[in-house]
Design a protein around this ligand. Structure first.
Ligand code: PLP
Length: 405
């Protein structure tokens, strides 16, 4: 029998958040090990609950959600997303340019396929949420990474961004608030990005899935609100704000200059039709979720779990000799730096495996976020304080003795 190889289209696609180190952790679990998982941004298993009214609404509506919906989504869901977009000052939004998806993930993939020709370039942040780079690559494009500057609170380095624009650049991806750094970009930075997009006639893809998880009173500004003259696509959803990653519901909103996106929109419509529609029961709760009680606010204010866990992890990491971390302003991730000379680290996957084998702690290596040096890793600070304390103590002990051979 001939052998069946995976498509060569996948050759350069990297998606390490669920990669080889995770597979090794699963193998260890099968052997009975207890692994401390600090690797995945999935709130429900850590005891975070959706607002009761959202679950109630889903129960009530389930019986009426048996059929396909309009491929872009239910009218009620899109109406609520429309209003949400208006509240975020996103200009020129039309109901026909709002699309629901099985999570933002599906819509990222769909948009990259609708836009990219082989060899096209898209500017993507480093570090990034790696799905962006993976989807650009899978669609035949090249993700060109612009640096986010740790010395400047992980803000995008605008000079670096502009330097990387070429004739083949079609778009800029902005992940704000950012995964994995927890950065929230200021108006000034966002205006700088818009200027670059304007000068070079680029589309803006704005991943704002963490827009309702902002701490310390920082303001979240939708970049599309600053770019009424440019083609923008803004992504958000309920996975994180309502702690319902498993329901699979997100959306994207096209805004700004619709005229120059006409043909792209035809592509989006075609791909959206091809997948028929997104999960209808999940769409059915969007109106209640966006218009109802925002229980997420309880988690992110002083005294709330996400807020207190962020503070604890930030302090604990910076207390470890050889580790420094910028304080995240949003979401539930922190991206600490290791002194790689001190620890002699040359391979961050090996570091992640060593930590897993020695302390049974699972983190994601920085390279998994398209970070070029082996000197970072990401921690998800969703587990309960007791678990975080145990893991930070183990981590401190690990680094007190670690030297990669
Ligand atoms: N964008 C970012 C920045 C994320 O961190 C995630 C998930 O972790 C997603 C998009 C995908 O979210 P979902 O597909 O659950 O809507």
């Amino acid at each position: 029998m001939r052998t069946f190889k995976k498509s060569s289209k996948l050759d350069n696609v990297l998606y390490d958040v669920r990669g080889p180190v995770v597979d090794e952790a699963a193998r260890m679990e099968d052997d009975g090990a207890r692994i401390l998982k600090l690797n995945i941004g999935n709130p429900a298993p850590f005891g975070f609950r959706a607002p009761d009214e959202v679950v109630f609404d889903m129960r009530q509506q389930l019986a009426d959600c048996e059929g396909y919906s309009d491929s872009r989504g239910l009218f009620s869901a899109r109406k609520a997303i429309m209003q949400y977009s208006q509240l975020r000052n996103i200009p020129n939004v039309d109901m026909k340019h709002i699309y629901t998806g099985n999570g933002v993930s599906e819509l990222i993939q769909l948009s990259m396929h609708a836009l990219i020709e082989n060899g096209d370039e898209v500017l993507v942040p480093a570090p990034d949420y790696p799905l962006w780079t993976a989807c650009v690559t899978l669609a035949g494009g090249n993700a060109v990474h612009y640096i986010c500057d740790e010395q400047n609170e992980w803000n995008p380095d605008l000079e670096d961004m502009e330097k990387k624009v070429t004739e083949r650049t079609k778009a800029i991806v902005v992940i704000n608030p950012n995964n994995p750094t927890g950065a929230v970009y200021s108006r000034e930075i966002l205006e700088g990005i818009v200027e670059i997009a304007r000068r070079h006639q680029l589309m803006i893809f704005a991943d704002e899935i963490y827009d309702r998880l902002i701490m310390d009173g920082y303001e979240h500004i939708s970049i599309a609100s600053l770019a009424p003259d440019l083609p923008c696509v803004t992504y958000s959803g309920l996975s994180k704000s309502h702690m319902i990653c498993g329901y699979r519901v997100g959306w994207m909103v096209l805004s700004g200059n619709q005229a120059c996106m006409k043909d792209f929109i035809l592509g989006i419509n075609m791909l959206s039709n091809m997948r028929l529609c997104s999960n209808v029961p999940a769409q059915s709760i969007v109106q209640t979720a966006l218009g109802g009680y925002q229980s997420v606010n309880e988690y992110i204010r002083p005294g709330g779990r996400v807020y207190e866990q962020r503070n604890y992890v930030y302090e604990a990491l910076n207390a470890i000799d050889g580790i420094t971390a910028v304080k995240p302003k949003a979401a539930f991730y922190i991206f600490p730096k290791m002194d790689i000379k001190k620890f002699n680290i040359t391979d961050d996957e090996q570091f992640a495996l060593d930590l897993l084998h020695q302390k049974k702690i699972l983190i994601t290596r920085g390279g998994g976020f398209n970070w070029g040096e082996p000197d970072h890793f990401r921690i998800v600070y969703l587990p309960r304080m007791e678990v975080l304390k145990e893991s930070m103590e183990d981590l401190a002990d690990f680094f007190a003795h670690y030297r990669q051979s």
